[in-house]
Design a protein around this ligand. Sequence first.
Ligand SMILES: C[S@@+](CC[C@H](N)C(=O)[O-])C[C@H]1O[C@@H](n2cnc3c(N)ncnc32)[C@H](O)[C@@H]1O
Ligand code: SF4
Length: 351
Amino acid sequence: MITSHNIYIHVPFCVSKCRYCAFFSHACSNPDWDGYTKKIVDEIEYFSRKLGKIHIPTIFFGGGTPSLIPSKNFSEIIGAIRKNFDVAPDAEITIEANPGTLDNTRLTEFCTAGVNRLSVGVQSFDDKKLKFLGRIHNAHDAIALIENGLNRGIRVSADFIYGLPGEDVQDIIETCNKINKIGITHCSMYELTIEPNTPFGKMNLDMPSNETMADMYIAIGDNLKLPRYEVSNYALVGHECRHNQNVWDGAPYIGIGDGAAGRIYLNNTWYEELGAGKMFQPMTDKARAIERVITGMRTMRGVHIDDTIKKILNIEFAKTHPDVIMFSNDRIAATNAGILVLDDLIEKLVK
Ligand SMILES: C[S@@+](CC[C@H](N)C(=O)[O-])C[C@H]1O[C@@H](n2cnc3c(N)ncnc32)[C@H](O)[C@@H]1O
Ligand code: SF4
């Protein structure tokens, strides 16, 4: 019986939309923060009534730009979570932060409210590239925010986007060297995806070839001093994002806020939810097991082969393809070669 759930809170507001971004967020200079906070607190209370005062190991504020929340609203949300649930004393509390939206005073207030992990959207160390991406900050702002977090002793991660038009392997090696020097213990490296219905989607950009992208991915693994623990995520051992790791491993999580989805485990049944009153429907064990394979295979530790996974796994395929799939103890994972063809692999792995 699982009584523990992670919490994800979505904040769908940004100062302006970046030119590549298809995430659920809108540019809004002055959101109704009190109204949105009330909505979030109502959802927290709704899930507490439904699930009881369950244990919460991690809370993740994602966006959009959660670092825009006024600190009094942020404290109110954290207070409501603590009142309605049993938050672990060592809970990981992460906030995604955009450079240019979080000054020293507000960062102090966030930390006082409980934030102990900062995920900074750096994207690039090159100001020209930041401008091209449509970011509102420069590299100096981003490094200053990272250093501010590090000086406080909280955990700091940074997001980067690579594979911009004209970029090659040498560019990503230089980025890796700079990341190594800054001394962060976690970072996310995302290949630029051109999403339809974004400005980039309409620009017919001259992107690097698939071969160059694959070479850049390999160069990240070779040059970053942080081991890869998920397709796009790198960390020193013990510094992984516990929230994401739990979700990728198949632990339940409550999604709160506009655009947030969750997976709830209640009375031996899995439920898919989209926030209070919007949607709460049972999932079959098979559907949940398939999700666990999709997210778990993206991690280097892979998927724990339990009874539900056994029912949907094409073991014959896995055993006959040791070049792309490996077994260790009771887990199955992609090899380095497998990671490069992951979507195809997962399709073949699921019966
Ligand atoms: C949920 S977003 C929010 C983070 C925060 N709003 C920010 O931009 O700093 C998380 C990360 O996804 C990455 N991302 C978003 N859209 C992307 C795209 N089209 N291609 C590659 N990476 C993308 C960016 O690195 C971004 O920091
Ligand atoms: S990348 Fe981040 S800051 Fe930019 S529009 Fe998307 S969510 Fe907002």
